[in-house]
Design a protein around this ligand. Structure first.
Ligand code: NDP
Length: 329
């Protein structure tokens, strides 16, 4: 018995929370297709910051678990009672346990890929694209002519946000840590970039908006930028704090929202995807934008599944631009 038996599969499992060294490449049981579920043979896994929160324990998951929230692949089997999908469909989807060769998932957050969209693009697009559409259309409604600020504008979510906000008619100011990332963000469509490592973000935003401030700040960086983001807003401005890349925002003094009547939301994608219909509407919009070339993605950086720890290190080390994927063996 030298080879792994066919009912087992490779996966990245977390047994204890911690840094990237807790990610273990192991053989686990291949999931069986069951009623109400699709069995998907994964092709590419999207690496997202949320995976690092699950790994570190910032967001609690029952141990042990297979990591991951996003992938693309081929439908291998369709469980009883599932309609709308067939064996062989190319799909992208959001589900737990995607850092694996196979995932069994309810069809709720699964979308068939249009012929124009590759499996690689599907995994690179879905979670961050849906997040951008949610943030710019639902959490806050970007209006033509709005000045908006997007932090980490060369990042995966950042580049999607830049494109979606431009598509909605905004003037987009981005922040990045390096010149190279600034070029990337400009290529994604950002009108102005503030190199926050060299310049004061609040002062630069004031200069760029005739002293007014921006209508909305999209802040996925979290702790290190929260206060300066508030200071960048105009009267009745909207603060969207949607991530913890630099750490979780500590409890805030509500009086900070008094000057200029600031509105604050801490949105999470999954609170906007509570039904299959909500997912389908947003996923269709995203796939249409992609198929029409209105949203683009650079070829992602790709690591083999077994090097997931390395992928986490580069993401947390600010060494990525755009999307990061794992390729499934
Ligand atoms: P990114 O590709 O944006 O990578 C993170 C970037 O954040 C870095 O490249 C870096 O850009 C910037 N950054 C600033 N400070 C730090 C720091 N201390 N440590 C690490 N990075 C830092 O990642 P994602 O697109 O996957 O995620 C971006 C954010 O969006 C995350 O906070 C994530 O949790 C959040 N998110 C939230 C969702 C929601 O539903 N609420 C859904 C999807 C993402 P630079 O070098 O230019 O500073």
């Amino acid at each position: 018995h030298t080879n792994a038996c066919p009912s087992s599969m490779k996966a990245i499992q977390v047994r204890n929370t911690g840094d990237s060294s807790v990610l273990q490449y192991v053989d686990v049981d291949k999931p069986a297709v069951s009623a109400g579920r699709l069995l998907i043979k994964n092709s590419f896994v999207g690496v997202n910051f949320i995976d690092t929160y699950h790994r570190s324990g910032l967001y609690k998951v029952e141990l042990p678990f297979i990591l991951g929230r996003e992938a693309s692949g081929i439908v291998e089997a369709v469980g009883e009672g599932v309609s709308g999908f067939a064996q062989g469909d190319r799909v992208a989807y959001l589900s737990a346990s995607t850092y694996a060769q196979y995932t069994a998932t309810p069809p709720t957050n699964v979308v068939r890929l249009p012929p124009e969209v590759t499996l690689e693009q599907g995994a690179a697009l879905l979670l961050q694209g849906l997040t951008a559409l949610m943030l710019a259309q639902q959490a806050y409604e970007v209006k033509p002519g709005d000045d908006v600020l997007v932090h980490a504008a060369a990042g995966g979510t950042g580049q999607m946000l830049v494109q979606v906000c431009k598509h909605l008619g905004a003037r987009v100011i981005g922040t990045t840590s390096s010149e190279e990332k600034a070029d990337t963000a400009r290529r994604a469509g950002a009108d102005d970039i503030i190199l926050y490592t060299k310049h004061d973000v609040v002062q630069e935003v004031r200069k760029l908006t005739n002293g007014q401030g921006v209508a909305a700040v999209f802040d996925g960086v979290g702790r290190s930028t929260f206060d300066e983001s508030l200071a960048c807003l105009k009267r009745l401005g909207f603060m969207l704090s949607f991530g913890n890349a630099s750490g979780k925002v500590d409890s805030i003094d509500i009086m900070k929202l008094v000057p200029r009547a600031i509105r604050l939301m801490r949105p999470s994608l999954f609170e906007f995807l509570t039904t299959k219909e909500e997912f389908d509407v947003l996923a269709k919009q995203l796939m249409d934008l992609m198929a029409a070339g209105k949203v683009k993605i650079d070829p992602p950086m790709i690591y083999p599944l077994e090097n997931a720890a390395k992928a986490h290190d580069v993401l947390e080390g600010r060494k990525t631009q755009g999307k990061l994927l794992l390729q499934i063996p």
